[in-house]
Design a protein around this ligand. Structure first.
Ligand code: 13P
Length: 253
């Protein structure tokens, strides 16, 4: 059974004290993770260790960085390497978020290098893809997302792709309050799975967890996560509110 994941992406929000208060508040609200379910917290670099400590190694709870360098090590002032993240016990790295693609010019080619360096350091990428509004309006979203996946991931072996985590985040639904309908999410997630099935076969495709991101909140999580090809969510704004994120975790099927 493939993994179901409720992943928080704090982005560049919260002070350390606010983050710790959020984890404390969350711990007081009942939320359950079954064996095949995970909660992942995508945390700003300076708080990776303290928030990992605050979470206290709970079962099926993991930490993600929000980025890493494509370089191994060396004179790259301000960068953080995959090896550094691995050395402090980080499990996941969010890669290719649309905000990094747009504001930091991250290309599919650069992201393929980041994917490689994460895998070399036993870090699991949460690989983001998704189209802008103009692409959706032109009805070319399937081709657009397929190219993102092909150019960044299809050099990987079947063994490396097995159990991979993809996050489909339509840019027009991020931070806008406009969620893709559960039917739109399902349609794209099924398309993504079929793209992997064509390249790697049905078994590998069925092992991939495909998360939906874009204005997920307590009120819509259950319906979206209930779609057959939606395996959880990558959550921005609502992950900053303990009650919301607890309900989102409980919305995993
Ligand atoms: P929102 O949940 O705030 O729309 O953000 C989604 C997102 O970008 C998660 O990575």
């Amino acid at each position: 059974m493939r993994k179901q994941i409720a992943a928080a992406n704090w982005k560049m929000n919260l002070t350390l004290q606010q983050g710790e208060a959020l984890i404390e508040a969350l711990s007081k609200i009942p939320h359950d993770l079954k064996d095949n379910q995970e909660a992942v917290f995508g945390i700003p670099f300076p708080y990776l260790i303290p928030i990992k400590n605050a979470l206290g190694g709970k079962k099926n709870v993991f930490i993600a960085a929000q980025n890493c360098s494509d370089k191994k090590s060396g004179a790259y002032t301000g960068e953080t390497s995959a090896e550094m993240l691995q050395s402090i016990g980080i499990s996941y790295v969010i890669l290719g978020h649309s905000e990094r693609r747009e504001y930091f010019n991250e290309s599919n080619e650069l992201l393929s290098k980041k994917v490689n360096i994460c895998l070399e350091n036993e870090l699991k990428p949460i690989f983001c893809c998704g189209e802008a509004l103009a692409v959706r309006e032109a009805n070319t979203q399937n081709e657009f997302v397929e190219i993102q996946l092909k150019e960044s991931l299809f050099h990987l072996s079947a063994e490396q792709i097995k159990g991979f985590v993809i996050a489909y985040e339509p840019i027009w639904a991020i931070g806008t309050g406009k969620t893709a309908s559960s039917a739109q999410a399902q349609e794209m997630h099924a398309h993504i799975r079929s793209v992997f099935a064509t390249q790697y076969g049905a078994d590998i495709a069925n092992s991939i967890s495909i998360l939906y991101g874009g204005s997920v909140k307590a009120a819509n999580a259950k319906e979206i996560f209930g779609q057959p090809d939606v395996d959880g969510g990558l959550v921005g704004g609502a992950s900053l509110i303990a009650e919301e994120f607890a309900a989102i975790i409980n919305g995993l099927k």
